[in-house]
Write a protein that binds this ligand. Structure first.
Ligand SMILES: Cc1ncc(COP(=O)(O)O)c(C=O)c1O
Length: 354
């Protein structure tokens, strides 16, 4: 029997879309007591997607529930995917794909080798990813295209698994939030802050909240280049996911126009470039740590810094309920990375450690 995930409960006709269980759901939701005190704002809440899986949680596993199911349906054996050397998506793919007997090949471009980046790189190796260092995105595109041409058993997963299918994982997450509201675990939120990188996380949430008819406004904090993580591109992806759903169930309403009103995408907290830290993100990480949350400066620190700034600037009313969606896995990876000697990685990766 197909497990009754919130999306399938709402739209039973969607059960024909392949789905596999990856996430520990529902992820908890609770107040950020210390942050509320510090910012003098009573209703600050956090949705703990950082706890979505014991080995590696965060936002990615939600997307894989639909993406991996499709790969298995197509009887593929290998995943090709891409990112920078410290890619969270690549690592999460490697870890979760293994459970389904799928091998992951990562095509990686260079990035600043921070401690987190190097830890991820060692973990790629620990969990068995096949690593390929690419000189440029262009070379990467060509290499993947050629390899796919010669390998019928391989499936290409787009950056961040942000396909329309991956987006369904977050439409489902919005319905999960609705169930938590119905159970009175949290009052209906006025605003929800979420990270916008490769788009599917925010796109799915906006679409899901609209279909669930919640009043919640979404503030997407852009952490990749604004030309990439734009509002327009986010809405386009949400509409593609809606199209996919409507092909299975034409009774699902066409809500495209309403999505525009529900979403703000704000790049004011992006800083110099993708991955670069900001003072505000570092402050947000400190504030979150008092509520025992482990954030980082590339994604979640910037997103929470946006929420804090909106409160300080009075862009959120005193009595509004505001949710911070914590999308970065908080599972500790050091016990894995410590077991890897960087010299076990292909030669071209050694320079990042030397
Ligand atoms: C930890 C984390 N949070 C949020 C995001 C943003 O999600 P999405 O890529 O679906 O926009 C990413 C990836 O970009 C991420 O790694």
């Amino acid at each position: 029997m197909v497990q009754e995930i919130p999306l399938f409960k709402k739209y039973p006709k969607l059960k024909t879309i392949p789905w596999v269980s990856v996430v520990n759901t529902p992820t908890p939701i609770h107040r950020m007591e210390e942050a509320s005190r510090e910012l003098d704002h009573k209703e600050i809440w956090v949705k703990r997607d950082d706890l979505s899986h014991d080995v590696y949680g965060g936002n990615k596993p939600r997307k894989y529930e639909f993406v991996f199911a499709e790969i298995l349906r197509k009887k593929k054996k290998r995943i090709f995917t891409q990112g920078a050397i410290g890619t969270n998506h690549g690592l999460a793919t490697t870890i979760h794909a293994k459970r389904f007997g799928l091998e992951t090949h990562l095509f990686l471009t260079e990035q600043e080798p921070s401690q987190i980046v190097l830890e991820n790189l060692l973990c790629h190796n620990y969990f068995g990813a096949k690593l390929n260092l690419m000189k440029s995105k262009r070379q990467r595109r060509r290499r993947i295209r050629t390899k796919l041409f010669f390998d019928n058993s391989a499936y290409f997963v787009v950056t961040g698994a942000s396909s329309p299918l991956g987006t369904l994982g977050f439409v489902n997450a919005a319905f999960e939030l609705k169930e938590q509201i119905d159970k009175k675990e949290i009052p209906e939120p006025d605003k929800l802050f979420i990270t916008v990188g490769s788009l599917a996380t925010c796109a799915g949430i906006v679409l899901g909240l609209e279909l669930a008819q919640l009043k919640t406004q979404v503030v997407g904090i852009g952490v990749t280049d604004p030309s990439w993580s734009s509002k327009k591109a986010t809405i386009e992806l949400a509409n593609k996911a809606l199209g996919l759903m409507r092909r299975k169930d034409p009774s699902i309403p066409v809500v495209s126009k309403k999505l525009e009103k529900r979403l703000i995408v704000d790049h004011s907290y992006f800083g110099e470039k993708y991955g670069a830290s900001t003072e505000k993100a570092l402050e947000a990480i400190r504030i979150a740590s008092r509520d025992d949350l482990k954030l980082e400066h590339v994604y979640t620190g910037k997103t929470l810094s946006g929420l804090i700034d909106y409160i300080r600037k009075g862009k959120i009313n005193k009595d509004e309920v505001v949710v911070f969606w914590n999308s970065k896995s908080s599972a500790d990876l050091t016990s894995y990375s410590e077991k890897v000697n960087y010299k076990d990685l292909p030669n071209e990766f050694h320079k990042f450690f030397e």
